[in-house]
Design a protein around this ligand. Sequence first.
Ligand SMILES: *Cc1c(COP(=O)(O)O)cnc(C)c1O
Length: 442
Amino acid sequence: MVDPRRRVPRTDALLADPRLVDAQTRLGKALVKAAIVAAQERARAGQIPPEAVADAVLAALPAGAGGLRPVVNATGVILHTNLGRAPLSAAAREAVLDAAGCTDIEFELKTGRRGRRGRTALAALAAAVPAAEDVHVVNNNAAGLVLAATAMAFGREIVVSRGEMVEIGDGFRIPELLTSTGARLREVGTTNRTTLRDYAEAITGETGFVLKVHPSNFRIEGFTSSVGVGELAGLGVPLVVDIGSGLLAPEPLLPEEPDAATVLREGADLVTASGDKLLGGPQAGLLLGRASVVQRLRRHPLTRALRVDKLALAALGATLRGPATPTAEALHADPDELLRRAEDVAGDLVARGVAAQAVRSDATVGGGGAPGLVLPSAAVSLPGAYAEPLRRGDPALVGRVERGRCLLDLRCVPQHMDEALRDAVLALAPGVRAGTAGEGER
Ligand SMILES: *Cc1c(COP(=O)(O)O)cnc(C)c1O
């Protein structure tokens, strides 16, 4: 008998397999070759028969060359930082694709002359917030703060309340971000209370600006006081307000979240915000405010290092000009309608023998804003054993585990995905029942 290891197909034969030729066009030769080498090794080690090598290569290939996998967010957290914050609308995704090749980002097709970079998105932002005399967009909100601190307070002081010394996440802290620019912090007040007098007494010839930071991911309750934008605007020094979430106008569902239009009307000189939180767009830092301030930032040399790319500008333009974002839809979803959807999915699953249940649940906005706010929601509740195989599926379905149950919260799941969600559970059901789910998965 021939040693089966001698029958392991050769690399050139595998590369010529039509299915793998396709994969090379899609993913590139290097990724396919790496999968071939790995599958050949498994065959030589006797883990798979030589005839199964081509199939094993196909199964091991990633869905895309980018390395990021699509995820269905069934966590009930609308803006999940680990899942890329705001998902883009269909219009914004299309705009990204259109801009991915050569595009008129800095070119006027009508005249053949150079055009202002990202003018459509910037005009849309300015139109959305008439209270802003001028606008600019950088890489993210942190970049906006760095630019403001550098251009307006280098070697000088930024006056900020001790109640607003925010850690954004992953160990990054706004105070450290600000001092890394060469500005000094002048902390005023206490953790729970800061008064207008605290600010007024701290203002000197050294003051670059007063900064108000929205505590977007925590809440202090009890004996507290803070000073409003209107009062801070009267202090006679520039006022910069980091609103965090990127709401451009008031959102009735989130009465505690500041918005750019209101803050500017109350007298802020500059507002900074994220593009990929409640605005529902791409990662970006929005700068809105007085013309003289925004122009000063735009002309600073650092601006070039914080420049936003064409894909983000395209997505931002479509987010501002286009239809409602998935973030807005998730925020405004009707809990009774969510429960009806959960009942439909759970009903189908029960009919096929899965121990599913439709339950009411609590969703949240997430790190992007509205700390402490509970949004009534609904979920498909499954045995906890489903959590891992669903997460490792394609697309990956990420729920949350609560008291041993795997909850698939529907608030952030677009309705058109309900059937795919149900089918993903059904496909795993035999394995979960047999206690082998997840085995043989990537
Ligand atoms: C999220 C947040 C930031 C950081 O924004 P990025 O766009 O992630 O850089 C800064 N300040 C506040 C108040 C925030 O909520």
